[in-house]
Design a protein around this ligand. Structure first.
Ligand SMILES: Cc1cc2nc3c(=O)[nH]c(=O)nc-3n(C[C@H](O)[C@H](O)[C@H](O)COP(=O)(O)OP(=O)(O)OC[C@H]3O[C@@H](n4cnc5c(N)ncnc54)[C@H](O)[C@@H]3O)c2cc1C
Length: 452
């Protein structure tokens, strides 16, 4: 019987295992995870902290029992300490601290990412959290219930920091955000980041950009967050969300090739530089769908696809990852901001001749109230007229994520702007217009192209 060992019990690990189970009931599949919470939606953590999800257990895509019921063997709180790729053996410590050794035919690395712990003196003080896992979310929730903090500082204005900002505001806490770059949410352009800033400020957040946190001290029982230039903030708690790095210590010890940020380099079928060892998700590079070059984009949406492809390849179906566009939607209160593909600068750096337009319109026919203004920034290549990227911001009721997904599909398929304008998209006055707003933006792009 073919033996498969999967390291990591999150998106990649569980999806790989389940896909193998679907395709081949005869393989012996074991998942070893250092985490206590298999297959939890860590993407849902901000909504649990904010109180929109009452019980953290509801964040489980599947329970451990449901996973085991499929025939997968699941070892939780168990850490793989070494892999011997020559003799194809995995050494680990189980939940009782007992050493174990498993042989494998195929190995899967789904070791994910770890939150960056910046080198800030004082980071170990009580009341400071570096968020990544469910146990961290439970600890934050308990801290809020027990200590009843009044003021909090979020270090890092990326999407996770901002989702947590909303969460703490929902819990009645005053929040200040400190961001190193000169605008928040650097995955979108500055103008879009500024709109997001306003949305959060209207809800009471204070946002400081262009500031570097230098140290944290405890004075009279309160945290003092010292940043340069010229900023000291007193707070009862702080959450650090300054990004992630791939967890590849094991892979590096095995001599597996790594690339951007130390992430594991994989082929299009998700195989590493060592034959029979696959890897996917936050511990790997991804191929960009347009440039076909490696990028590091850590998203659960990609991790799920990686897992499925790995499972299929282990079962003998030859499948390849088509690439990522970094497509993402973020909800902050009643606003959604979404992006896919390249912005103007990135498109230029990738060797295109981009033309970018801004466009604002109602999400649907304005006579059917309420209608909502949405803002679209649309980028395509002047030479080939293929769509390269888009950013959209608007109300949660304005179908922003559907619209960014239409663009994402079109980029994948190499649709040109004239073709895109003619796509048969749905229309009813309460939801859209005869030309969907993204098609209107594409028309504006074509008109602009004629004039420049
Ligand atoms: C707060 C938050 C919000 C997010 N929101 C979104 C979102 O809205 N949309 C989106 O697409 N993505 C989101 N993400 C990112 C998404 O959660 C990750 O991309 C995804 O979880 C990656 O899955 P993975 O399986 O690669 O790794 P991970 O989820 O990082 O899991 C890695 C697993 O490996 C285990 N492991 C590591 N080393 C070992 C070892 N030596 N032995 C045994 N086990 C080991 C860990 O215990 C864990 O089980 C969010 C992330 C966070 C933290």
């Amino acid at each position: 019987m073919k033996k498969i060992i999967i390291i990591g019990g999150s998106d990649v690990g569980i999806i790989t295992g389940l896909r193998i189970r679907e395709l081949d009931k005869n393989m012996d599949v074991s998942i070893i995870s250092s985490n206590h919470f298999p297959n939890f939606s860590i993407c849902g953590i901000p909504f649990y902290i904010g109180g929109e999800i009452k019980n953290y257990k509801d964040l489980a895509h599947r329970t451990a029992d449901e996973i085991r019921a499929t025939g997968l063997k699941l070892y939780l709180d168990s850490t793989v300490t070494n892999v011997d790729p020559v003799n194809k053996q995995v050494s680990f410590f189980d939940s009782d601290g007992k050493a174990g050794l498993f042989a494998y035919d195929n190995l899967v690395l789904g070791t994910g990412a770890k939150s960056i712990r910046p080198d800030i003196p004082g980071l170990e003080l009580p009341g400071i959290f570096v968020l990544r896992w469910i146990d961290g979310a439970i600890a934050i929730d308990s801290f809020i219930k027990e200590k009843k903090p009044i003021e909090a500082v979020i270090i890092g204005g990326g999407y996770i920091g901002l989702e947590i900002t909303e969460a703490l505001i929902r819990r009645g806490i005053k929040v200040k955000v400190i961001e190193f770059f000169d605008h928040i949410l650097t995955t979108v352009d500055r103008e879009f980041g500024e709109i997001v800033k306003k949305v959060l400020e209207e809800k009471g957040a204070q946002i400081f950009t262009g500031r570097k946190v230098e140290k944290i001290t405890n004075e009279d029982g309160r945290l003092q967050i010292h940043a340069t230039p010229d900023l000291t903030i007193a707070a009862d708690m702080a959450i650090v969300a300054v990004g992630v790095l791939p967890e590849t210590s094991l892979a590096k010890r095995m001599g597996i090739e790594t690339g951007i940020k130390g992430a594991i380099t994989v082929s299009r079928n998700m195989e590493t530089s060592i034959q029979n060892i696959y890897a996917g998700g936050d511990c790997t590079e991804s191929m960009h769908a347009v440039t076909k070059k490696p990028v590091y984009i850590a998203l659960g949406s990609s991790a799920h696809k990686h897992g499925r492809i790995i499972g299929e390849n282990i079962c003998g179906l030859k499948n390849e990852y088509p690439g990522t566009l970094g497509t993402q939607s973020i909800k902050l209160f009643n606003t959604v901001i979404a992006r896919t593909g390249f912005n103007d600068q990135e498109a230029m750096e990738a060797g295109f001749q981009p033309l970018t337009i801004d466009f604002e319109t109602w999400d649907h026919k304005v006579y059917y109230q309420p209608a909502y203004i949405i803002r679209i920034r649309f980028t395509a290549d002047r030479k080939t007229e293929t769509i390269l990227g888009c950013q959209i911001i608007g109300s949660i009721k304005a179908e922003i994520s559907k619209r960014i997904d239409i663009i994402a599909v079109s980029i994948y398929k190499g649709v040109t702007v004239p073709e895109f304008v003619q796509l048969d998209l749905s229309y009813t006055p309460p939801l859209s217009s005869p030309w969907d707003p993204v098609q209107m933006a594409a028309s504006v792009w074509l008109n602009k192209k004629k004039t420049v």
